[in-house]
Design a protein around this ligand. Structure first.
Ligand code: SAM
Length: 269
């Protein structure tokens, strides 16, 4: 499961605000509603394998669970109404305030403990982190983001040990970060479900390695598949076997142009 945990710093934890003024009396609840939308919605549907968690002022936790939630619509006002109704029911025990929206008193350490209990792996999204590498993301990641203000020093101290990853030096909106993370992880999952395709074949291991390195310089990962030489050779003679350079389907066209520009016309089957 993919999770997004958003720390809301100004939303009144009591739920006392007017739905007509989410940015003002709602303490930028509009930012959190957009983050929920980015976490859970696709066009005409909902991501069932996603949970959005809001931690409001470090005291109340709201969980919106993709495979249970009902009555959640893309507009911010109706989402805010569901959250307000939930905030008003916050107590020591978690309750399901409306289908798929759970609320309880909470804390950042409590939220992290719960994530670990469920086998999730928290990752801090921060402008100053290591570059986001989808392939290096843990299984069941839980991305932690702030709202319209920075994480506090206390929050950063509590999350000091967590991996910190960045989507680049530009500070983005919370909901934009979530959309980008979904895109990168979805694309990575799609890649790993697709078979690699033949880009070129050569009959020299060093040349194959050279092409592989060149493609990587252009951001195109390639695998080498070695075929045994024909049986007339009594032993495998290094360099005489066919080496197939395989790439992802979405890289094929560009990879073939690069091979053509730097080496020779790529061979097709
Ligand atoms: C609008 S930003 C926070 C406010 C911002 N730090 C400020 O006060 O100028 C919302 C959150 O999105 C995440 N975020 C924004 N840009 C990011 C980036 N380039 N890489 C990773 N996370 C980012 C961080 O979690 C950040 O706290």
């Amino acid at each position: 499961m993919r999770r997004f945990v958003i720390l809301g710093h100004k939303v009144p934890a009591s739920g006392e605000f007017t739905l007509n003024d989410l940015p003002g009396s709602g303490g930028r609840l509009d930012v959190l509603c957009r983050a929920i939308g980015a976490s859970l919605f696709v066009s005409h549907g909902i991501r069932r394998d996603v949970e959005a968690v809001l931690l409001i002022q470090g005291t109340v936790q709201l969980r919106i669970v993709g495979d249970r939630v009902r009555r959640l619509n893309p507009d911010e006002r109706s989402t805010a109404a569901l959250l307000q109704q939930a905030l008003r029911q916050a107590g020591p025990e978690e309750v399901e305030a409306s289908p798929g929206i759970f609320v309880s008193q909470g804390s950042l350490t409590g939220a992290l403990d719960r994530l670990y209990q469920f086998g999730a792996n928290p990752v801090l999204l921060h402008e100053d982190g290591d570059p986001f590498d989808p392939a290096a993301m843990p299984a069941d990641p839980a991305f932690i983001l702030s709202d319209h203000v920075d994480f506090t020093d206390d929050e950063l101290e509590t999350m000091d040990e967590l991996p910190r990853v960045s989507l680049g030096p530009t500070t983005l909106h919370t909901s934009q970060c979530i959309t980008i993370v979904h895109y990168l992880l979805d694309r990575d999952a799609e890649d790993s479900n697709q078979d690699l395709v033949l880009c070129h074949k050569v009959w020299s291991e060093p040349k194959a390695q050279l092409i592989c390195g060149l493609l990587l310089d252009f951001g195109i990962p390639a695998n080498l598949v070695r075929q045994s030489p024909p049986s007339v050779y009594p032993v495998t003679v290094d360099g005489l076997g066919e080496v197939r350079i395989m790439v992802r389907p979405r890289d094929l066209e560009r990879a073939r142009v690069i091979v053509g520009d730097y080496f020779e016309d790529p061979v097709s089957e």
